[in-house]
Design a binder for this molecule. Structure first.
Ligand SMILES: CO[C@H]1[C@H](O)[C@@H](O)[C@H](O)O[C@@H]1C(=O)O
Length: 687
């Protein structure tokens, strides 16, 4: 179809007539060039130029390559010193009296990224020159994809990884997946769920992963696997997976050797250990560092890395889940091998609509901390609600940890500049599935896009990224791109308002995590209950994490801790995250907490109604298919926003017996109606 959402942001279309002459007519690589990434860059430029020129191109030539392999690039004596392996330079130069656009880099990956940058700039109608290098080294997607093609927390259909027919059949979709990722600079992918089956490490599955790696390699992407810690028992027939046991160590060394025989550039392992029932070193009285280092030692001869997740909330500190990862990992700072990264979620609980930054950022200066975002919207309305996550990601990244004084932002922890780490990384839990539009909705494509752009440059502006995506995906007409970027930027706060305003968190329905269920309090583990998080009763609401409560604030560095210690300085965004307050608590504007809470719900619902109206006005700019799907989903979102608001307000009122502030509507139904709703077949559930 002419307007196919399958193409994502790589929609190569004829440029406006005036711009077509500027589309290069020729692409030159050195005849001896053998780097598959440079050849992929050349092919991508051919494809893009042919479409963008509408047959009218001819604005000169593009020369691609590295000084090492291209005599023409070498002859230009460009300064590429600060670009590393993956950075690039796109520059207009005169050679032999003719203007030429050169895409130069120190390595093939840089050439590839430069080619995509050139395409992007032409699509957006911008001057083509650009110099850029990634600030973060490992920019990876985490697929929570199971071997049976179900996707944990996936809302866009089945897994794209067709394990059954691999390696014999390689779905052409893998090439488009690689192109999309390369266009953002994403350079690695973890193919299988962190809740891992040991089967993924058997020879047949390694052959399948190798086939995928072969497709991704020309696009600069490495394959990684999630490793099940107990695999030596399940696959090797050993009696233990104790990381200090020599037979276990030998098993992993042999396994790593086997993997590198079939995937020579294998990236390494991602591990979820001793978390939510997964096996791990703690099962044997060993530490996380013991477990990670054992795997790191097996990968070290081959240059692989271990991404060891810090998502743990058992065993230690039952008083406050938000404190547990810090309690367990902070003492191990400095004990991890050099090829281990500790992968930390953006916030201390679990991918909520809003959380403060995770207290481990800044607290483990001797360990490379990898930041994990969730691109799939497990707690944020699945692929139905329009929520632009670039704004959430950027909020985390610019948060100041104060670990080394003011300006010690999370982005500086992650890019390694704060503590001098060269091994750095950012992971995004993928929202990709086999739906035609990849992500379940057009606007969820923007979240994949924003993750990639912010992994490349954690200091990039979320708004700029949104406008860029809207320009590439729809049209660069400012009468469209500007209002759409405004809508996207407002969308996350709108969701916070109608779901969990003022710092509330984790009030979603159990298991599936869709829809409100603040009344649930009878689940086996205390931290699975919404009531654990809101702690509301007749008198007040919120989780006291000050020194009078769980003292989670004590895990933050001085100025941050001081800010979070008092309601007045905490600010509205995290108010009830850190404080338990009476319903009559006076807010800065003079209204009570209760009134303000209800007003926030109302504001969130009204915002979504506003998005619908705005989208209606943008109809002339968008093809019918993509316009209608978005319009349909916004209608559902408005209904669900009202559901969240009504159910939540009805519940809080059942506790506090208060009237609604003037003008705020009564909930549509009595509380019992909301409590009785059931969604046994919601998508994406853990199994
Ligand atoms: C993969 O498991 C997930 C689980 O489905 C999810 O509810 C939660 O977000 O976190 C877990 C994790 O991050 O490990």
């Amino acid at each position: 179809a002419a307007e196919d959402s399958y193409e994502l942001w790589l929609r190569y279309r004829p440029l406006p007539a005036a711009a077509r002459a500027g589309v290069p007519g020729a692409v030159a690589v050195d005849p001896a060039e053998r780097d598959a990434r440079v050849l992929a860059a050349r092919d991508e430029l051919f494809r893009a130029f042919a479409a963008m020129s509408g047959g009218m191109g001819g604005g000169g030539e593009v020369v691609l390559g590295t000084p090492a392999t291209s005599a023409r690039v070498r002859a230009l004596r460009l300064d590429l010193g600060d670009l590393g392996d993956e950075g690039y330079l796109v520059r207009r130069v005169m050679t032999g009296g003719r203007p030429v656009t050169v895409v130069a880099a120190n390595g093939g990956a840089g050439v590839l990224y430069g080619a995509f940058a050139l395409i992007r700039r032409l699509q957006l109608g911008r001057p083509v020159e650009e110099r850029s290098a990634p600030k973060v080294r490992l920019r990876v997607l985490n697929h929570w994809d199971n071997l049976d093609r179900s996707v944990e927390r996936g809302y866009a259909g089945q897994s794209i990884w067709d394990w059954w027919r691999l390696p014999g059949h390689k779905d052409p979709r893998y090439v488009d997946y690689a192109r999309a990722n390369a266009s953002l600079g994403i350079n690695g992918t973890i193919l299988n769920n962190v809740n891992a089956k040991a089967d993924s490490l058997t020879a047949p599955y390694l052959a399948k992963a190798a086939a995928v790696a072969d497709v991704l390699r020309p696009y600069g992407m490495k394959v990684y696997l999630s490793a099940r810690f107990s695999a030596p028992i399940e696959l090797g027939g050993l009696e233990t997976a104790d990381p200090l046991d020599p037979s276990v160590q030998a098993w992993w060394r042999a396994k790593a050797d086997e993997i590198y025989r079939v995937i020579p550039d294998f990236g390494g392992f991602l591990v979820k250990a001793n978390s939510e029932g997964q096996p791990g070193p703690r099962d044997y009285g060993r530490s996380h560092a013991d477990g990670a280092n054992m795997l790191a030692e097996a990968l070290r001869p081959h240059g692989g890395a271990v991404m060891w997740r810090a998502f743990v909330y058992q065993e230690t500190d039952p008083e406050d889940r938000a404190k547990q990862a810090y309690t367990e990992f902070k003492p191990q700072d400095g004990r991890f091998a050099p090829n281990v990264l500790v992968q930390v979620k953006n916030g201390p609980i679990d991918f909520q609509p809003r959380e403060p930054f995770h207290p481990l950022f800044g607290a483990m200066p001797r360990t490379p901390l990898m930041l994990e975002f969730q691109i799939t919207k497990e707690y944020l309305g699945f692929a139905t609600h329009l929520v632009y996550l670039g704004e959430l990601f950027a909020e985390t990244l610019r948060s100041d940890t104060y670990a080394r004084g003011p300006g010690s932002t999370v982005s500086r922890v992650v890019d390694g500049s704060l503590d001098g780490h060269r091994l750095t990384g950012m992971a995004g839990v993928a929202n990709i599935g086999s739906d035609r539009d990849w992500t379940g909705s057009t606007f969820d494509q923007a979240n994949w896009y924003a993750f990639g752009r912010l992994a490349w440059d954690p200091d990039a502006s979320a708004r700029t990224v949104a406008a860029e995506w809207a320009g590439l995906t729809f049209t660069t007409d400012p009468a469209f791109a500007r209002p759409v970027a405004d809508l996207m930027m407002a969308s996350r706060q709108a969701m916070v308002d109608y779901m969990t305003p003022l710092g509330l968190a984790h009030l979603m329905g159990t298991g599936h995590h869709h829809g409100p269920a603040p009344w649930v309090s009878d689940l086996a583990r205390p931290e699975w209950n919404p009531a654990y998080y809101h702690r509301a009763d007749a008198r007040g609401i919120g989780f006291d994490r000050t020194s009078k409560g769980s003292n989670a604030v004590g895990q933050y560095a001085g100025p941050a801790a001081r800010r979070f210690a008092r309601p007045e300085t905490t600010g509205e965004d995290h108010l009830l995250w850190f404080h338990h307050l009476p319903w009559d608590h006076r807010m800065p504007g003079g209204a009570t907490l209760w009134e303000t809470l209800v007003r926030r719900y109302d504001r969130g619902v009204a915002a979504v109604a506003g998005f619908r109206a705005r989208w209606a006005g943008l109809r002339p700019f968008v093809d019918a298919e993509r316009w209608s799907k978005t319009a349909d989903l916004l209608k559902v979102q408005e209904e669900e926003a009202r559901w969240w608001r009504d159910a939540s307000v009805a519940y809080w009122r059942s506790l506090n017996g208060r009237a609604l502030p003037p003008g705020s509507p009564e909930p549509a139904h009595p509380l019992e109606y909301y409590k009785a709703l059931r969604f046994p077949y919601a998508p994406g559930q853990a199994h």
